[in-house]
Design a protein around this ligand. Structure first.
Ligand code: 13P
Ligand code: SF4
Length: 354
């Protein structure tokens, strides 16, 4: 498969250092946590707001979202839910591209986030200027971008996909005879190419969490637990995916855990997912794929540093005063970006996948 040029080293270093310097929330006593729960519940009512939360954030935020009738799910489900829910304020507890997708689809609603610095290394590894110039060099190709991108990159694309529908959508496009630029995740692009046989030029972005999973360490863990099954998110390296019994989006991994007959599961994704996975498959032992070997260090250590910025403290604060926390997108960009997202949602809805 053809590759786009490597991400410049300086950008890779910038991304790593942003990940390492992401702010960390304080830890709370049970009393502080209970008080914040009550405060947030009442602020949600006052603001006619609903929480839309990703599986990777702290489990207390997931528990609160469930307790207040909000939604905890994968990025496709989050986009779909915000689009259907009648609340006038959507509080997206995840990373910025998720808030942007909600705003793109719901311009009439206020979309706020606990902290807008919640980045994503895939988004950061696909700057609009270099990506757009690259697309201009390949005008014959359909541009398919992962949801983990900026509004501007989505506006430059023909289709948006998430990890739950990327294979289906690219298979469909390949069936129509289309050649593709896929961005930004190199591992997801590689996986999609193998599954579909499509003609893809693959952007070389990476996720600081999944890119760190080590095949050699996984092999060692599998030897220690010979009856365990391996389940992996497709942002993981090809050598890790090659050892997986199931591969899919976060929601698909929860379903795979539920369906699995194995007592032990080795999981290659952010360990924030373990909260819902434990609920769905309570009797299973869950083990994380190691991110470092004997000599390696990890940047994320299997937990997204930007998802981890979200806390009960900054959630309460944004509901009290949303100034500086609201997503805004220039209208011409929003309108263009909405087209490929709607295309994706219609495709997945027609397949009964959302
Ligand atoms: P999902 O769409 O599978 O939830 O993935 C989003 C993500 O950021 C994974 O790292
Ligand atoms: Fe982005 Fe990776 Fe974090 Fe997901 S886990 S939001 S892909 S950096």
């Amino acid at each position: 498969m053809a590759k786009a040029p490597e991400i410049p080293l300086q950008l890779v270093e910038e991304i790593r250092s942003k990940a390492l310097s992401a702010p960390r929330p304080r830890s709370l006593t049970p009393d502080q946590r209970d008080a914040l729960f009550e405060k947030i519940k009442s602020l949600l009512k006052q603001n006619n707001a609903v929480l839309i939360t990703h599986y990777y954030v702290d489990e207390q935020l997931q528990i609160l979202t469930d307790a207040t009738g909000g939604y905890v799910g994968d990025s496709l489900g989050m986009a779909d839910y915000g689009n259907r829910h009648p609340a006038t304020m959507l509080v997206v507890v995840g990373v910025r591209f998720m808030g942007e997708s909600a705003k793109i689809l719901n311009p009439e609603k206020r979309v706020v986030m606990p902290d807008l610095v919640a980045d994503c290394s895939l988004d950061l590894s696909c700057p609009i200027d270099s990506f757009s110039a690259f697309c201009d060099q390949h005008p014959d190709r359909t541009v398919v971008v992962y949801a983990n991108t900026s509004a501007e990159v989505k506006a430059r694309s023909d289709w948006v996909v998430t990890s739950s529908n990327a294979v289906d959508i690219v298979a469909y496009l390949h069936g129509q005879g289309e050649k593709i630029i896929f961005a930004p995740d190199r591992h997801l692009g590689n996986y999609v190419q193998k599954k579909t046989g499509a003609d893809i030029i693959n952007w070389q972005g990476f996720c600081v969490v999944h890119d760190e999973f080590k095949a050699s360490e996984l092999r060692r863990l599998m030897q220690e637990h010979p009856d365990a099954e391996v389940i992996a998110h497709p942002e993981s390296p090809a050598e890790v995916l090659a050892m997986a019994d199931a591969i899919g989006s976060t929601t698909q991994l929860i379903n795979a855990a539920k369906a699995s007959q194995a007592e032990t599961l080795i999981v290659a994704t952010d360990f924030g997912l373990f909260h819902k996975m434990h609920q769905a498959a309570p009797n299973k032992k869950l083990l994380a794929v190691p991110t470092g070997g004997d000599s390696a260090a990890c940047v994320s250590c299997a937990h997204c540093p930007w998802m981890a910025i979200n806390s009960l403290d900054n959630l309460a604060a944004v509901l009290e005063d949303s100034q500086g926390h609201e997503i805004t997108i220039e209208e011409s960009v929003r309108k263009k970006a909405m087209v490929p997202i709607q295309r994706m949602l219609e495709f997945s809805r027609s397949q009964g996948k959302v």
